[in-house]
Design a protein around this ligand. Structure first.
Ligand code: FAD
Length: 488
């Protein structure tokens, strides 16, 4: 914390405060490996993820001059991603802050709180979109909720997709409409919801879960048109985690898996009561689409997502560069070309972000909007680019990925052999082994495989997003170029 700051004028939490929040919240129902865990800090494989999120909270204080800014309501310092951008400078400062946070995990944790902070700041800034067709109460609720997220500096997860049961039918028709999350009742206290959603990444390390739209609905689907947020310990809320990819025993063996498994879970709503003041949308199928298309969400979320992607691409470039130097393969032309490919993707990503900020503008809601034109072009490419970096790193590293004895081997009777036979052009055996273990954890471990899948799908797939880029493209100039030669 900077010298002029006191705890009373800082709302942004520290890692210790975040962990304290988790520790005091013992009513969660998180299932992993057949065990029900009420608190992630009690579980050996979940604790490292919680500690990684705590590191993220600490990072905002270590870089307070970039990451924190006064809340316009009370002047307290909050994370910049909680603020509704009102100028180009706000966007640029927000990116600088998000870059620092992403760098703390090498971009490996896609769903650090920044993601939903940006989402809800944009939803709140465009609250009139939520208010349409008589939903003033929902709009007021979302504004109040965003203030709560900001002032308590919450860690939140979200689940916008209904589970895949049978894609030959619409989400609401799958298995008689019972699978998808829907409203089944209402009382004076709130609405009752039932069904499931996927995937709630970061769920065990979150304070709250939010539900908002991820697809379109048709007339008759009103019960499925829901948006709300509730605490993780709400009765009836059940999270079913995938296998843990966390390997906490050795940061030497698994430098990334030992720290950064952000976990993904399917969430089941077993007749969950959502209080009226936490309901943002209820029954409006038109609004269900509009709060995504008309709120500015698209540009803002890509501003966050591609800032993280930029950091992750740079990390991949750093790994490839270091591997090529270490084994000396950098002397081969095609290796340099492969490193160049990663560099090009990295630099084009940075350039798109800069262009989005340079061409940003004040939107109809009074929010400063990053121009989404360059970001839309990236949205279809990034799900291919990041997996492509995995392939390029494999091709640069070759068999060295498998010449990677463990920390236990280094501490055993064969250490002499390892030090002799695992040397490299650019360093001693330990340097080489650590580097290749790190790179393998990036591309090839359980976590590395999940990371590749994440990049392919977390912001929808490449095909549909490239199609969307075409459908939203400004074709005027292209048409005029063709048209000028169509007449004698
Ligand atoms: C690791 C990971 C973490 C995630 N974290 C989150 C999260 O935190 N919150 C959240 O809400 N979501 C999260 N997601 C889910 C993400 O929103 C979905 O994976 C994504 O929208 C794709 O949907 P799907 O997984 O159901 O795949 P599917 O839709 O089942 O897709 C399978 C295949 O079918 C194709 N396909 C499906 N429907 C169509 C269609 N209509 N037209 C053409 N092709 C189609 C897809 O392109 C794909 O090739 C995460 C996903 C992953 C993999």
């Amino acid at each position: 914390m900077a010298a002029t700051e006191t705890s009373s004028n800082v709302a942004a939490r520290t890692g210790a405060q975040f962990l304290e929040g988790l520790r005091n919240d013992r009513d969660r129902e998180i299932w992993i490996g057949g065990e029900c865990v009420t608190n992630p800090l009690d579980h050996e494989l979940l604790r490292p993820g919680a500690e990684a999120v705590a590191r993220v909270y600490d990072t905002q204080h270590e870089h307070a001059e970039v990451c924190l800014a006064p809340n316009p309501d009370d002047g307290k310092l909050v994370n910049r991603t909680h603020l509704i951008p009102r100028s180009r400078e706000d966007l640029m400062k927000r990116r600088a802050s998000m870059e620092i946070i992403a760098a703390a995990t090498g971009g490996m944790m896609g769903r650090v709180p920044d993601y939903l902070n940006v989402t809800f700041a944009c939803f709140s800034g465009a609250s009139e979109v939520w208010a349409r067709r008589g939903n003033e109460r929902g709009a007021e609720n979302i504004v109040n909720y965003q203030r709560l997220m900001r002032d308590l500096d919450l860690s939140t997860t979200h689940a916008i997709m209904n589970p895949v049961a049978d894609r030959s039918k619409s989400e609401t028709e799958q298995l008689g409409g019972e699978i998808a999350l829907h409203k089944v009742g209402e009382s004076s206290e709130g609405i009752i919801v039932r069904g499931a959603r996927m995937l709630a990444t970061l769920a065990p390390f979150s304070d709250e879960i939010s539900i908002y739209p991820g697809s379109d609905l048709k007339p008759g689907d009103e019960a499925y048109a829901l948006a709300f947020a509730i605490p993780m310990s709400t009765p009836g809320l059940r999270f079913i985690c995938r296998d843990s990819f966390s390997k906490p025993k050795s940061t030497f063996d698994y430098p990334l898996s030992a720290r950064f498994d952000e976990m993904d879970a399917v969430v089941i709503f077993d007749d969950v009561l959502v209080p009226h003041d936490r309901v943002f949308l209820d029954g409006d199928i038109v609004g269900y689409s509009e709060v995504i298309t008309d709120s500015g969400w698209r540009g803002h979320i890509m501003h966050q997502a591609f800032t993280r992607a930029y950091v992750k691409l740079m990390f991949a470039f750093g790994l490839g560069h270091a591997m090529a130097q270490t084994t000396g393969v950098v002397r081969f032309d095609h290796i340099q070309e492969k490193l160049g490919q990663i560099w090009n993707m990295t630099e084009l990503t940075r350039s798109a972000l800069v262009a989005a900020e340079a061409d940003s503008y004040l939107d109809d809601h009074g929010v400063w909007y990053p121009n989404d034109r360059p970001l839309m072009a990236l949205r279809g490419e990034m799900p291919k680019w990041l997996p492509r970096t995995h392939e390029l790193l494999q091709l640069i590293g070759g068999g060295s990925f498998m010449a990677t004895p463990s920390e236990a081997d280094f501490n055993s009777a064969i250490r002499g052999d390892i030090e002799k036979y695992f040397q490299s052009a650019g360093g001693d055996a330990e340097h080489r082994v650590r580097l290749f273990r790190l790179a393998w954890d990036f591309i090839g471990s359980d976590l590395g495989g999940r990371s590749e899948l994440y990049e392919r799908f977390y912001l929808s797939d490449s095909w549909r997003m490239t199609q969307l880029a075409y459908r939203t493209a400004d074709t005027t100039f292209a048409e005029s170029l063709v048209d000028q030669f169509m007449h004698d």
